[in-house]
Design a protein around this ligand. Structure first.
Ligand code: SF4
Length: 467
Protein backbone atom coordinates (compact mmCIF):
# COMPACT_ATOMS: atom_id res chain seq x y z
CA UNK A 1 0.00 0.00 0.00
CA UNK A 2 1.38 3.40 -0.91
CA UNK A 3 0.66 4.89 2.54
CA UNK A 4 3.48 2.71 3.93
CA UNK A 5 6.03 5.21 2.67
CA UNK A 6 4.40 8.22 4.28
CA UNK A 7 5.16 7.19 7.89
CA UNK A 8 7.97 5.70 9.83
CA UNK A 9 6.54 5.72 13.29
CA UNK A 10 6.13 3.66 16.43
CA UNK A 11 2.88 2.64 18.07
CA UNK A 12 2.34 1.39 21.61
CA UNK A 13 -0.96 -0.25 22.56
CA UNK A 14 -1.95 -0.91 26.16
CA UNK A 15 -4.67 -3.56 26.15
CA UNK A 16 -7.07 -4.12 29.03
CA UNK A 17 -9.84 -6.61 29.61
CA UNK A 18 -10.98 -9.64 27.68
CA UNK A 19 -9.61 -11.70 24.80
CA UNK A 20 -11.89 -9.79 22.42
CA UNK A 21 -9.89 -6.64 23.22
CA UNK A 22 -6.62 -8.52 22.71
CA UNK A 23 -7.92 -9.68 19.36
CA UNK A 24 -8.96 -6.12 18.42
CA UNK A 25 -5.44 -4.97 19.33
CA UNK A 26 -3.97 -7.55 16.93
CA UNK A 27 -6.18 -6.17 14.19
CA UNK A 28 -5.33 -2.57 15.07
CA UNK A 29 -1.60 -3.34 14.90
CA UNK A 30 -2.10 -5.21 11.62
CA UNK A 31 -3.84 -2.25 10.04
CA UNK A 32 -1.34 0.27 11.37
CA UNK A 33 1.61 -1.74 10.06
CA UNK A 34 0.33 -0.94 6.55
CA UNK A 35 0.66 2.72 7.38
CA UNK A 36 4.24 2.53 8.58
CA UNK A 37 3.57 2.12 12.29
CA UNK A 38 5.84 -0.38 13.96
CA UNK A 39 4.80 -1.82 17.33
CA UNK A 40 6.96 -0.92 20.33
CA UNK A 41 6.80 -2.27 23.88
CA UNK A 42 8.25 1.01 25.17
CA UNK A 43 5.52 3.66 25.48
CA UNK A 44 8.13 6.42 25.92
CA UNK A 45 9.43 5.85 22.39
CA UNK A 46 5.98 5.78 20.71
CA UNK A 47 4.59 8.39 18.33
CA UNK A 48 1.11 6.95 18.70
CA UNK A 49 -0.15 5.73 22.08
CA UNK A 50 -3.39 3.76 22.19
CA UNK A 51 -5.24 2.46 25.21
CA UNK A 52 -7.73 -0.30 24.38
CA UNK A 53 -10.14 -0.23 27.29
CA UNK A 54 -12.54 -2.48 29.13
CA UNK A 55 -15.64 -1.20 30.91
CA UNK A 56 -16.64 -4.37 32.74
CA UNK A 57 -15.16 -3.04 35.99
CA UNK A 58 -14.49 0.48 37.21
CA UNK A 59 -10.94 -0.49 38.20
CA UNK A 60 -10.03 -1.22 34.61
CA UNK A 61 -11.51 2.09 33.37
CA UNK A 62 -9.56 3.94 36.10
CA UNK A 63 -6.34 2.25 34.97
CA UNK A 64 -6.98 3.49 31.43
CA UNK A 65 -7.61 7.08 32.63
CA UNK A 66 -4.40 6.99 34.63
CA UNK A 67 -2.32 5.67 31.65
CA UNK A 68 -3.71 8.40 29.42
CA UNK A 69 -2.95 11.00 32.12
CA UNK A 70 0.73 9.98 32.15
CA UNK A 71 0.91 10.05 28.34
CA UNK A 72 -0.68 13.51 28.35
CA UNK A 73 2.20 14.77 30.50
CA UNK A 74 4.73 13.39 28.01
CA UNK A 75 2.86 15.06 25.20
CA UNK A 76 2.89 18.42 27.02
CA UNK A 77 6.66 18.10 27.58
CA UNK A 78 7.12 17.58 23.82
CA UNK A 79 4.89 20.60 23.13
CA UNK A 80 7.08 22.71 25.40
CA UNK A 81 10.15 21.64 23.40
CA UNK A 82 8.34 22.60 20.20
CA UNK A 83 7.57 26.07 21.58
CA UNK A 84 11.20 26.49 22.64
CA UNK A 85 12.28 25.60 19.08
CA UNK A 86 13.94 22.36 20.22
CA UNK A 87 13.56 18.97 18.45
CA UNK A 88 10.31 17.36 19.58
CA UNK A 89 8.09 14.35 18.89
CA UNK A 90 4.55 14.88 17.67
CA UNK A 91 2.86 12.42 20.04
CA UNK A 92 -0.72 11.36 19.28
CA UNK A 93 -2.92 9.71 21.91
CA UNK A 94 -5.94 7.51 21.17
CA UNK A 95 -8.55 5.95 23.44
CA UNK A 96 -10.53 2.98 22.14
CA UNK A 97 -12.54 -0.07 23.24
CA UNK A 98 -15.58 -0.35 25.46
CA UNK A 99 -14.99 2.74 27.64
CA UNK A 100 -14.59 4.82 24.47
CA UNK A 101 -17.84 3.39 23.10
CA UNK A 102 -19.55 4.31 26.34
CA UNK A 103 -18.06 7.75 27.16
CA UNK A 104 -17.64 9.10 23.61
CA UNK A 105 -17.02 12.91 23.33
CA UNK A 106 -16.88 13.19 27.12
CA UNK A 107 -13.37 11.75 26.90
CA UNK A 108 -12.19 14.50 24.53
CA UNK A 109 -13.53 17.07 27.00
CA UNK A 110 -12.00 15.37 30.02
CA UNK A 111 -8.56 14.89 28.43
CA UNK A 112 -7.71 17.96 26.34
CA UNK A 113 -4.55 16.28 25.02
CA UNK A 114 -6.45 13.30 23.59
CA UNK A 115 -6.43 13.20 19.76
CA UNK A 116 -8.73 10.31 19.03
CA UNK A 117 -11.59 8.37 20.60
CA UNK A 118 -12.82 5.36 18.63
CA UNK A 119 -15.38 2.78 19.63
CA UNK A 120 -15.64 -0.96 19.15
CA UNK A 121 -17.59 -0.45 15.92
CA UNK A 122 -14.97 1.83 14.40
CA UNK A 123 -11.83 -0.29 14.63
CA UNK A 124 -11.80 -0.86 10.88
CA UNK A 125 -11.95 2.85 10.09
CA UNK A 126 -8.65 3.38 11.86
CA UNK A 127 -6.52 4.16 8.77
CA UNK A 128 -8.81 7.07 7.93
CA UNK A 129 -9.00 8.22 11.55
CA UNK A 130 -5.20 8.22 11.84
CA UNK A 131 -4.90 10.38 8.72
CA UNK A 132 -7.29 12.87 10.28
CA UNK A 133 -5.43 13.14 13.57
CA UNK A 134 -2.14 13.47 11.73
CA UNK A 135 -3.75 16.54 10.13
CA UNK A 136 -4.23 17.86 13.68
CA UNK A 137 -7.95 17.15 13.87
CA UNK A 138 -9.38 15.88 17.17
CA UNK A 139 -11.75 13.02 16.32
CA UNK A 140 -14.45 11.05 18.09
CA UNK A 141 -15.79 8.04 16.12
CA UNK A 142 -18.17 5.88 18.09
CA UNK A 143 -20.85 4.51 15.77
CA UNK A 144 -23.67 2.54 17.34
CA UNK A 145 -23.48 -0.04 14.52
CA UNK A 146 -20.50 -1.22 12.46
CA UNK A 147 -19.89 0.46 9.12
CA UNK A 148 -20.81 -1.56 5.99
CA UNK A 149 -17.66 -2.45 4.09
CA UNK A 150 -17.14 -2.90 0.39
CA UNK A 151 -15.45 -6.11 -0.89
CA UNK A 152 -11.95 -4.56 -1.17
CA UNK A 153 -12.16 -3.08 2.29
CA UNK A 154 -13.12 -6.41 3.84
CA UNK A 155 -9.78 -7.79 2.74
CA UNK A 156 -7.96 -5.07 4.69
CA UNK A 157 -10.43 -5.36 7.52
CA UNK A 158 -9.01 -8.57 8.88
CA UNK A 159 -5.33 -7.81 8.54
CA UNK A 160 -3.82 -9.02 11.78
CA UNK A 161 -0.52 -8.60 13.55
CA UNK A 162 -0.70 -11.47 15.97
CA UNK A 163 0.99 -11.37 19.35
CA UNK A 164 3.93 -13.78 19.65
CA UNK A 165 2.31 -16.90 21.06
CA UNK A 166 1.16 -20.36 20.04
CA UNK A 167 -2.49 -19.34 20.11
CA UNK A 168 -4.34 -17.32 17.48
CA UNK A 169 -7.49 -15.53 18.69
CA UNK A 170 -10.21 -15.53 16.04
CA UNK A 171 -13.39 -13.53 16.71
CA UNK A 172 -16.34 -15.33 15.13
CA UNK A 173 -19.16 -13.25 16.51
CA UNK A 174 -19.46 -10.03 18.41
CA UNK A 175 -22.00 -8.32 20.61
CA UNK A 176 -24.77 -9.78 22.69
CA UNK A 177 -28.58 -9.80 22.69
CA UNK A 178 -28.99 -11.06 26.25
CA UNK A 179 -28.98 -7.86 28.31
CA UNK A 180 -28.03 -9.37 31.64
CA UNK A 181 -28.97 -6.64 34.08
CA UNK A 182 -25.40 -6.03 35.30
CA UNK A 183 -23.60 -6.14 31.95
CA UNK A 184 -22.41 -3.30 29.75
CA UNK A 185 -21.50 -5.45 26.73
CA UNK A 186 -24.77 -5.03 24.72
CA UNK A 187 -24.26 -1.25 25.05
CA UNK A 188 -20.57 -1.18 24.17
CA UNK A 189 -20.29 -4.06 21.68
CA UNK A 190 -23.81 -3.82 20.26
CA UNK A 191 -26.18 -6.60 19.22
CA UNK A 192 -25.00 -10.03 18.11
CA UNK A 193 -23.52 -10.40 14.67
CA UNK A 194 -21.56 -13.32 13.26
CA UNK A 195 -18.80 -13.49 10.69
CA UNK A 196 -19.31 -15.70 7.67
CA UNK A 197 -17.95 -19.25 8.04
CA UNK A 198 -15.78 -19.06 4.91
CA UNK A 199 -14.01 -15.96 6.22
CA UNK A 200 -13.33 -17.64 9.59
CA UNK A 201 -12.06 -20.86 8.00
CA UNK A 202 -9.71 -18.85 5.77
CA UNK A 203 -8.36 -16.94 8.76
CA UNK A 204 -7.87 -20.18 10.72
CA UNK A 205 -6.12 -21.86 7.77
CA UNK A 206 -3.78 -18.87 7.49
CA UNK A 207 -2.96 -19.00 11.21
CA UNK A 208 -2.18 -22.72 11.01
CA UNK A 209 0.00 -22.14 7.91
CA UNK A 210 1.87 -19.49 9.90
CA UNK A 211 2.67 -22.08 12.58
CA UNK A 212 0.08 -21.39 15.28
CA UNK A 213 -0.69 -24.52 17.29
CA UNK A 214 -3.99 -23.43 18.73
CA UNK A 215 -6.90 -21.32 17.56
CA UNK A 216 -9.42 -19.89 19.99
CA UNK A 217 -12.78 -18.86 18.58
CA UNK A 218 -14.01 -15.77 20.38
CA UNK A 219 -17.43 -14.37 21.01
CA UNK A 220 -19.24 -12.77 23.93
CA UNK A 221 -21.80 -15.50 23.41
CA UNK A 222 -19.84 -17.86 21.22
CA UNK A 223 -22.31 -20.75 21.20
CA UNK A 224 -25.06 -18.63 19.68
CA UNK A 225 -22.78 -18.17 16.66
CA UNK A 226 -24.66 -17.89 13.38
CA UNK A 227 -27.99 -16.84 14.84
CA UNK A 228 -28.38 -13.94 12.43
CA UNK A 229 -26.79 -15.48 9.33
CA UNK A 230 -28.74 -16.96 6.43
CA UNK A 231 -28.30 -20.76 6.49
CA UNK A 232 -28.83 -21.45 2.75
CA UNK A 233 -26.47 -18.76 1.64
CA UNK A 234 -23.73 -19.39 4.15
CA UNK A 235 -23.46 -23.07 4.66
CA UNK A 236 -24.57 -25.16 1.67
CA UNK A 237 -27.93 -25.62 3.29
CA UNK A 238 -26.55 -26.68 6.66
CA UNK A 239 -27.43 -24.61 9.70
CA UNK A 240 -24.85 -22.01 10.59
CA UNK A 241 -23.95 -23.12 14.10
CA UNK A 242 -20.84 -23.29 16.23
CA UNK A 243 -21.08 -27.11 16.02
CA UNK A 244 -20.89 -27.07 12.20
CA UNK A 245 -18.13 -24.47 12.22
CA UNK A 246 -16.09 -26.70 14.57
CA UNK A 247 -16.63 -29.66 12.22
CA UNK A 248 -15.31 -27.63 9.28
CA UNK A 249 -12.34 -26.21 11.17
CA UNK A 250 -11.47 -29.69 12.37
CA UNK A 251 -10.90 -30.70 8.71
CA UNK A 252 -7.96 -28.29 8.32
CA UNK A 253 -4.78 -30.38 7.96
CA UNK A 254 -2.14 -30.38 10.66
CA UNK A 255 -1.72 -30.93 14.36
CA UNK A 256 -3.37 -28.12 16.28
CA UNK A 257 -6.08 -27.42 18.84
CA UNK A 258 -9.37 -25.57 18.65
CA UNK A 259 -10.95 -23.79 21.63
CA UNK A 260 -13.98 -21.55 21.96
CA UNK A 261 -15.05 -19.00 24.60
CA UNK A 262 -17.39 -17.76 26.16
CA UNK A 263 -20.45 -20.02 26.36
CA UNK A 264 -23.90 -19.08 27.57
CA UNK A 265 -25.23 -22.11 29.51
CA UNK A 266 -28.51 -22.68 27.69
CA UNK A 267 -26.96 -22.10 24.24
CA UNK A 268 -24.86 -25.26 24.66
CA UNK A 269 -26.85 -27.66 22.47
CA UNK A 270 -26.58 -31.45 22.33
CA UNK A 271 -25.22 -31.00 18.80
CA UNK A 272 -22.44 -28.75 20.11
CA UNK A 273 -21.46 -31.36 22.71
CA UNK A 274 -21.57 -34.03 20.01
CA UNK A 275 -19.39 -31.96 17.67
CA UNK A 276 -16.74 -31.58 20.40
CA UNK A 277 -16.84 -35.37 20.83
CA UNK A 278 -16.51 -35.95 17.07
CA UNK A 279 -13.71 -33.47 16.43
CA UNK A 280 -10.32 -34.64 17.67
CA UNK A 281 -8.85 -31.12 17.47
CA UNK A 282 -11.51 -29.46 19.62
CA UNK A 283 -10.48 -29.30 23.27
CA UNK A 284 -12.39 -30.88 26.15
CA UNK A 285 -12.84 -27.54 27.85
CA UNK A 286 -15.93 -25.42 28.50
CA UNK A 287 -16.03 -21.96 30.06
CA UNK A 288 -19.65 -21.49 31.16
CA UNK A 289 -20.30 -18.49 33.40
CA UNK A 290 -22.97 -19.29 35.98
CA UNK A 291 -22.77 -15.89 37.77
CA UNK A 292 -24.86 -16.98 40.78
CA UNK A 293 -25.88 -20.28 42.35
CA UNK A 294 -29.28 -18.88 43.32
CA UNK A 295 -32.17 -19.18 40.87
CA UNK A 296 -33.76 -16.06 42.36
CA UNK A 297 -30.59 -14.00 41.82
CA UNK A 298 -30.23 -15.44 38.30
CA UNK A 299 -33.74 -14.15 37.60
CA UNK A 300 -32.75 -10.69 38.85
CA UNK A 301 -29.69 -10.89 36.62
CA UNK A 302 -31.94 -11.74 33.64
CA UNK A 303 -30.02 -14.97 33.08
CA UNK A 304 -32.24 -17.45 31.23
CA UNK A 305 -31.65 -20.58 33.34
CA UNK A 306 -32.15 -21.91 36.83
CA UNK A 307 -29.57 -23.47 39.14
CA UNK A 308 -30.97 -26.89 38.21
CA UNK A 309 -30.77 -26.25 34.46
CA UNK A 310 -27.15 -25.16 34.78
CA UNK A 311 -26.48 -28.39 36.69
CA UNK A 312 -28.08 -30.50 33.95
CA UNK A 313 -25.83 -28.95 31.28
CA UNK A 314 -22.73 -29.55 33.40
CA UNK A 315 -23.81 -33.17 33.97
CA UNK A 316 -24.25 -33.79 30.23
CA UNK A 317 -20.78 -32.43 29.53
CA UNK A 318 -19.14 -34.42 32.32
CA UNK A 319 -20.81 -37.59 31.05
CA UNK A 320 -19.52 -36.97 27.51
CA UNK A 321 -15.84 -36.30 28.27
CA UNK A 322 -13.32 -38.06 30.51
CA UNK A 323 -10.81 -35.27 31.17
CA UNK A 324 -13.06 -32.25 30.71
CA UNK A 325 -12.65 -29.09 32.78
CA UNK A 326 -15.58 -26.74 33.27
CA UNK A 327 -14.82 -23.23 34.44
CA UNK A 328 -17.18 -20.45 35.40
CA UNK A 329 -17.59 -16.80 36.42
CA UNK A 330 -19.35 -15.59 39.59
CA UNK A 331 -20.40 -12.21 40.94
CA UNK A 332 -20.45 -11.65 44.72
CA UNK A 333 -22.80 -9.07 46.22
CA UNK A 334 -25.26 -8.55 43.34
CA UNK A 335 -27.92 -5.97 44.38
CA UNK A 336 -30.34 -7.59 46.82
CA UNK A 337 -28.29 -10.81 47.22
CA UNK A 338 -29.01 -12.27 50.67
CA UNK A 339 -26.51 -14.25 52.74
CA UNK A 340 -28.47 -17.46 51.94
CA UNK A 341 -28.40 -16.71 48.22
CA UNK A 342 -24.67 -16.05 48.37
CA UNK A 343 -24.20 -19.40 50.13
CA UNK A 344 -26.04 -21.03 47.20
CA UNK A 345 -23.21 -19.76 44.99
CA UNK A 346 -20.64 -21.38 47.28
CA UNK A 347 -22.56 -24.67 47.27
CA UNK A 348 -22.94 -24.58 43.45
CA UNK A 349 -19.14 -24.61 43.07
CA UNK A 350 -19.05 -27.80 45.17
CA UNK A 351 -22.14 -29.45 43.70
CA UNK A 352 -21.11 -28.95 40.06
CA UNK A 353 -17.43 -29.61 40.81
CA UNK A 354 -16.39 -26.50 38.92
CA UNK A 355 -12.72 -26.67 38.10
CA UNK A 356 -11.98 -22.95 38.32
CA UNK A 357 -13.99 -19.72 38.52
CA UNK A 358 -13.28 -16.09 37.75
CA UNK A 359 -14.73 -14.04 40.55
CA UNK A 360 -15.62 -10.38 41.05
CA UNK A 361 -17.56 -8.20 43.44
CA UNK A 362 -20.58 -6.54 41.81
CA UNK A 363 -19.67 -3.19 40.28
CA UNK A 364 -22.49 -0.99 38.89
CA UNK A 365 -22.07 -0.05 35.24
CA UNK A 366 -23.76 2.96 33.71
CA UNK A 367 -26.79 2.24 31.48
CA UNK A 368 -27.38 -1.22 32.96
CA UNK A 369 -30.64 -1.98 34.79
CA UNK A 370 -29.05 -3.23 38.01
CA UNK A 371 -27.09 0.03 38.37
CA UNK A 372 -30.41 1.77 39.05
CA UNK A 373 -31.31 -0.51 41.98
CA UNK A 374 -29.34 1.65 44.42
CA UNK A 375 -31.72 0.85 47.30
CA UNK A 376 -30.70 -2.83 46.99
CA UNK A 377 -26.93 -2.25 46.77
CA UNK A 378 -24.87 -4.41 49.13
CA UNK A 379 -22.45 -2.41 51.28
CA UNK A 380 -18.76 -2.54 50.32
CA UNK A 381 -17.68 -4.35 53.48
CA UNK A 382 -20.11 -7.22 52.86
CA UNK A 383 -19.13 -7.41 49.19
CA UNK A 384 -15.43 -7.60 50.06
CA UNK A 385 -16.12 -10.25 52.69
CA UNK A 386 -18.25 -12.36 50.30
CA UNK A 387 -15.65 -12.05 47.56
CA UNK A 388 -12.96 -13.32 49.95
CA UNK A 389 -15.13 -16.34 50.85
CA UNK A 390 -15.86 -16.96 47.18
CA UNK A 391 -12.15 -16.84 46.36
CA UNK A 392 -11.40 -19.29 49.16
CA UNK A 393 -14.09 -21.67 47.86
CA UNK A 394 -12.60 -21.34 44.37
CA UNK A 395 -9.13 -22.13 45.73
CA UNK A 396 -10.43 -25.29 47.42
CA UNK A 397 -12.28 -26.30 44.23
CA UNK A 398 -9.11 -25.86 42.15
CA UNK A 399 -6.98 -28.10 44.34
CA UNK A 400 -9.75 -30.71 44.42
CA UNK A 401 -10.05 -30.56 40.65
CA UNK A 402 -6.28 -30.77 40.13
CA UNK A 403 -5.97 -33.78 42.46
CA UNK A 404 -8.41 -35.72 40.21
CA UNK A 405 -5.79 -35.73 37.47
CA UNK A 406 -2.90 -37.22 39.45
CA UNK A 407 -1.91 -40.51 37.80
CA UNK A 408 -3.53 -39.65 34.46
CA UNK A 409 -1.67 -38.97 31.21
CA UNK A 410 -2.49 -35.77 29.37
CA UNK A 411 -1.34 -34.41 26.05
CA UNK A 412 0.39 -31.09 26.67
CA UNK A 413 1.16 -28.25 24.31
CA UNK A 414 4.46 -26.88 25.66
CA UNK A 415 4.29 -23.08 25.89
CA UNK A 416 7.41 -21.94 27.74
CA UNK A 417 10.37 -22.95 29.85
CA UNK A 418 12.30 -21.73 32.85
CA UNK A 419 15.84 -22.63 33.96
CA UNK A 420 15.81 -23.65 37.61
CA UNK A 421 18.69 -25.24 39.61
CA UNK A 422 20.36 -26.63 36.46
CA UNK A 423 17.05 -28.05 35.23
CA UNK A 424 14.80 -26.94 32.42
CA UNK A 425 11.22 -26.74 33.68
CA UNK A 426 8.69 -26.73 30.87
CA UNK A 427 5.20 -25.31 31.25
CA UNK A 428 2.27 -26.17 29.03
CA UNK A 429 -1.45 -26.73 28.91
CA UNK A 430 -3.57 -29.82 28.57
CA UNK A 431 -6.66 -29.84 26.37
CA UNK A 432 -8.70 -29.02 29.45
CA UNK A 433 -6.58 -25.90 29.99
CA UNK A 434 -4.84 -27.27 33.10
CA UNK A 435 -1.32 -25.91 33.44
CA UNK A 436 1.38 -28.48 34.04
CA UNK A 437 5.09 -28.13 34.87
CA UNK A 438 7.60 -30.88 34.05
CA UNK A 439 11.30 -31.37 33.30
CA UNK A 440 12.33 -31.57 29.66
CA UNK A 441 14.25 -30.10 26.76
CA UNK A 442 13.60 -26.46 25.86
CA UNK A 443 13.36 -27.49 22.19
CA UNK A 444 10.00 -28.99 23.10
CA UNK A 445 8.40 -25.50 23.28
CA UNK A 446 5.68 -25.47 20.63
CA UNK A 447 5.43 -29.28 20.57
CA UNK A 448 2.78 -31.68 21.85
CA UNK A 449 4.06 -34.04 24.54
CA UNK A 450 2.38 -36.76 26.63
CA UNK A 451 2.87 -36.11 30.32
CA UNK A 452 1.92 -38.23 33.32
CA UNK A 453 0.61 -36.14 36.20
CA UNK A 454 2.54 -36.90 39.40
CA UNK A 455 1.24 -34.27 41.82
CA UNK A 456 -1.12 -31.34 42.11
CA UNK A 457 -1.01 -27.93 43.74
CA UNK A 458 -3.68 -25.24 43.82
CA UNK A 459 -3.02 -23.55 40.49
CA UNK A 460 -1.07 -26.13 38.51
CA UNK A 461 -0.10 -29.77 38.09
CA UNK A 462 3.36 -31.32 38.07
CA UNK A 463 4.33 -34.29 35.97
CA UNK A 464 6.91 -36.19 33.94
CA UNK A 465 7.15 -37.01 30.27
CA UNK A 466 5.34 -40.30 29.71
CA UNK A 467 7.32 -43.18 28.14
S1 SF4 B 1 -24.55 -12.93 28.08
FE1 SF4 B 1 -24.95 -11.36 29.63
S2 SF4 B 1 -22.97 -11.19 30.69
FE2 SF4 B 1 -22.55 -12.19 28.74
S3 SF4 B 1 -22.04 -10.52 27.33
FE3 SF4 B 1 -24.23 -10.91 27.10
S4 SF4 B 1 -25.21 -9.45 28.49
FE4 SF4 B 1 -23.07 -9.59 29.09
Amino acid sequence: MEETKQFNKKVYVETMGCQMNKSDTERILGMLSHFGYEETQDPKSADLLIVNTCSIRQLSADKAYSAVGVWGKWKNEERKKELEGKPFRDIKIAFCGCVAQQDKEKLLKRFPFLDLVFGTNNVYELPDLIKRINNNERVCATNETPKKFTEGEIEAKYEIKRAKSLNAWIPIMEGCDNFCTYCIVPFTRGRERSRRPAEIIEEAQKAINEGFKEITLLGQNVDSYGKHLDAQKDYDGRDVTLANLLRDLNKIDGKFRIRFVTSYPTDITDDLIQSVQECDKVCEFFHIPMQSGSTEVLKQMNRRYTREEYGQIVKKIRTAFKNVAITSDFIAGFPGETEEQFEETLSAIDEFELDYSNTAAYSPRLKTRAAKWTDKFIDEETKVERLARLNEKNRQACIKSNEKFVGRSLEILVESYEEKDDNIILAGRAENNKIIHFKGDKNLVGEFVNVRVTSASTWHLRGEIAE
